[in-house]
Design a protein around this ligand. Sequence first.
Ligand SMILES: [Zn+2]
Length: 152
Amino acid sequence: MQSYFLGGKYPDVDEAVKVALVLETYPLLERVELDTLAERSGVARRKVRIVLVLLKRHGLVREHRGGGWERLQTGLLSVDLSADLTDYEERRVQDRAKLRTMVSYCQSARCRTRFILEYFGEPVEESWVCGNCDACDAQERFSERTRRVVAG
Ligand SMILES: [Zn+2]
């Protein structure tokens, strides 16, 4: 589920090639809509946009003010976008790690403050909790209930 969402964020090399191939079928300086490119390449719109931004960075395409893109040069496929796409892959891995950390934070019954301190590498004493966050409150309620059960 999580990787389903994150996996769809950035284009891979295959998708970049698909977009470039579609774009190559249009004459130079002919305006093409983003939606058209997405539809014809079968690549998600937001990924097509990223590919176009990368091609733009290499001076191969130009964006119109009113939307749409045009090809400035031939040989879109001769440009090596793999370095750019590797950046995205790295970002994707980082996003996934960040999400995992967030999920474990939310699932953790441990003190939130302690979790954050440990996350940033701060030394924390073995039994230390802040006593002020929702996890500490929940823990406190739980111990009270347990004490009552044991006492009663
Ligand atoms: Zn706490």
